[in-house]
Design a protein around this ligand. Structure first.
Ligand code: PMT
Length: 429
C-alpha cells in the first residue's frame, strides 16, 4: 500500500456503483479499500439506487454519495447546481481528484457507454473526464457477458488500458449458471492497489541516462531438428522490466528467447533461440549497456551433439548434455566501469543467503530472488514477488503484477547506482 500513496497522502479512490444485484457487495469493497489505506468516495447510477441506498455508502465513507449530475451543493429547494462544496463543477473536480476509479459492479450498459464515450449521468461523465486509471469489475447475466456486443466493448476498453477484474463463473442471481458473477472483493481491491502502484510510477523519467540490456524468456536447446530442451519461462518478467525501463526513458535492448509476447514499443529487440545465441547477442551489445538485467531462464545444459536427423522411437533414449556458458558471469568479466549487473535467481525457496551466494559466484552487483515454488507467481504467471539482494541488504518486493515488481526492481537498481542500496521501504536482514 505504501507504494501507492502520494507523498504520504491516502490515495483517493472513486467507486462507481451500477444497477445490479451485486451492488450490495460494493459496500464491502469500500471497506476493503479503506483497510488498504484509501480515501474512498462513491458515485451511484440511478439504477444502483434501486438496489442499495446512498446512505449506506455515505455512512461508510463519511462523504456524500454522488447520485446525480445536477444535485451538488445548491440551496435547499433551489435549482440544481452540479457544483461541489467549493463551487467547482463536481464531475470535473471529482475526475481530477481521483487517483483511481473502480466500477463495481459494472453492468453491460456502463461498459457500452464507456466504450462509446457516452456521458449522460455523473458516473459516465466523470469516467470520460478522468485521466486516473480505470478498473472495472463486470457482473451480469452470462448471455449478456458473452454477447458479441459486450465482448467487443470489453476489447475496446482493454485496448485503451482499462483494467478488467474478470467476472467469476457460478450460480447467477438470474438463476442461470456461467460466467458473470462479480469477482471477489479481495481481487477487485487488489487490482485497484496494483493500478495505483503502477500509476505512482507513471511520471518517472529517472532512467534517462541509462542503457538497460534485459534478457528474457526461456532459451531452447535443440535435441534434433524438431525437438528441444526448454523451460516454462514466458518472458513476462523480462518484458515487464524492458517496458518499464523504456517508459522511464532508458534506452532499452531486449535480448529475448522465443515467447508469445509483443516486444515493448521503443526497445531495440534482439531475438535469439539458444543459450549460446543469447550469450553472443548480450556480449555484442554489452559495450552500450550501463545496466544488464538477466531475467531470462537460460538453459544450464545443451546437447553434447545435436542429431541431424529426427530421432526414431526405439526404447529408452539417453541424452548426453554438456554445460552452457554462464552469460552473467561472462558479462561481469567483460563489463565496462560503472555497468551494473543484476542477475535473477529462480529458487524453490526464499533462502536469501543461498541466493546471495549465487550472486557472489556470478560476481553480480545484485540478484533478484523469486521463489518459483509458490503458486500464482514466477514462471508463466502475471504476478511475481521477489527479494532484491545486494552484498549488504535484502529488500522485499511484495507480490504484485510483474509490471509493478519491475518498477520496484528498477527503483532498487537506481538506489544501487546512487550508492544508496535501499528504497524507503527497505527491510534489512
Ligand atoms: O519469464 P516468466 O514466465 O515471466 O518467469 C520469470 C522468471 C521466473 C523466469 C524470472 O523471474 C527468473 O527467475 N529468471 C531467472 C531464471 C533462471 O534461470 O534462474 P537461475 O537461478 O537458474 O539463473 C540465475 C541467473 O543466471 C539468471 O539471471 C540467469 O539469467 C543467469 N544464467 C543462467 C544460466 C546461464 N547459462 N547463464 C546465465 O546467465
Amino acid at each position: 500500500m505504501a507504494g501507492s500513496t502520494k507523498n504520504g497522502v491516502a490515495p483517493r479512490v472513486m467507486v462507481g456503483v451500477c444497477g445490479g444485484v451485486a451492488a450490495y457487495k460494493a459496500a464491502e469493497l469500500v471497506r476493503a479499500l479503506q483497510e488498504r489505506g484509501a480515501d474512498v468516495r462513491v458515485a451511484m447510477t440511478r439504477a444502483a439506487e434501486e438496489f442499495v441506498r446512498p446512505l449506506t455508502f455515505s455512512s461508510l465513507t463519511g462523504h456524500r454519495t454522488i447520485t446525480n449530475m445536477w444535485s451538488g451543493w445548491g440551496d435547499e429547494g433551489g435549482p440544481p447546481t452540479g457544483l461541489d462544496e467549493r463551487g467547482q463543477i463536481e464531475h470535473i473536480s471529482e475526475a481530477q481528484a481521483a487517483d483511481a476509479v473502480v466500477v463495481a459492479p459494472a453492468t453491460a450498459h456502463v461498459l457500452a457507454k464507456m466504450a462509446h464515450g457516452l456521458a449522460d449521468d455523473f458516473l459516465s461523465t466523470m469516467l470520460l473526464a478522468t485521466t486516473a486509471p480505470a478498473i472495472v469489475a463486470p457482473a451480469m447475466n452470462v448471455n449478456m457477458w458473452n454477447h458479441a456486443a459486450t465482448q467487443a466493448n470489453v476489447r475496446v476498453l482493454r485496448e485503451r488500458g482499462v483494467v478488467f477484474v474478470e467476472p467469476e463463473s457460478g450460480y447467477l442471481a438470474c438463476g442461470m449458471t456461467g460466467s458473470g458473477r462479480l469477482a471477489s472483493v479481495e481481487a477487485i481491491a487488489q487490482a485497484v492497489m496494483d493500478a495505483l502502484a503502477v500509476a505512482a510510477h507513471e511520471s518517472k523519467r529517472d532512467l534517462a541516462d541509462e542503457t538497460v540490456l534485459v534478457t528474457a524468456g526461456g532459451t531452447r536447446e535443440a535435441i534434433d531438428p524438431v525437438r528441444y530442451v526448454g523451460n516454462r519461462s514466458s518472458g513476462k518478467m523480462g518484458y515487464a522490466i524492458a517496458a518499464v525501463a523504456r517508459r522511464r526513458v532508458a534506452r532499452v535492448i531486449l535480448v529475448s528467447a522465443p515467447t508469445a509476447l509483443q516486444p515493448p514499443e521503443g526497445c531495440a529487440f534482439v531475438p535469439v533461440t539458444t543459450a549460446e545465441e543469447m550469450r553472443v547477442a548480450v556480449m555484442e551489445h554489452l559495450p552500450e549497456a550501463t545496466v544488464v538485467v538477466g531475467a531470462a531462464a537460460v538453459a544450464d545444459f545443451r546437447m553434447a551433439k545435436v542429431s541431424a536427423e529426427k530421432l526414431r522411437r526405439k526404447g529408452a533414449l539417453h541424452l548426453e548434455l554438456e554445460p552452457t556458458e554462464d552469460i552473467v558471469r561472462g558479462v561481469v568479466k567483460a563489463r565496462g566501469a560503472g555497468t551494473l549487473v543484476i542477475a535473477f535467481a529462480a529458487e524453490m525457496d526464499a533462502d536469501v543467503e543461498l541466493a546471495r551466494e549465487k550472486m557472489r559466484t556470478k560476481g553480480a552487483d545484485a540478484i533478484v530472488l523469486n521463489d518459483v515454488s509458490r503458486g500464482g507467481i514466477g514462471f508463466d504467471s502475471e504476478r511475481n514477488a521477489a527479494v532484491f539482494i545486494t552484498a549488504e541488504r535484502a529488500v522485499e518486493i511484495p507480490e504484485n503484477t510483474k509490471r509493478a515488481v519491475a518498477e520496484r526492481i528498477l527503483d532498487e537498481v537506481l538506489g544501487l547506482r546512487a550508492g544508496n542500496h535501499t528504497s524507503r521501504e527497505t527491510k534489512v536482514r
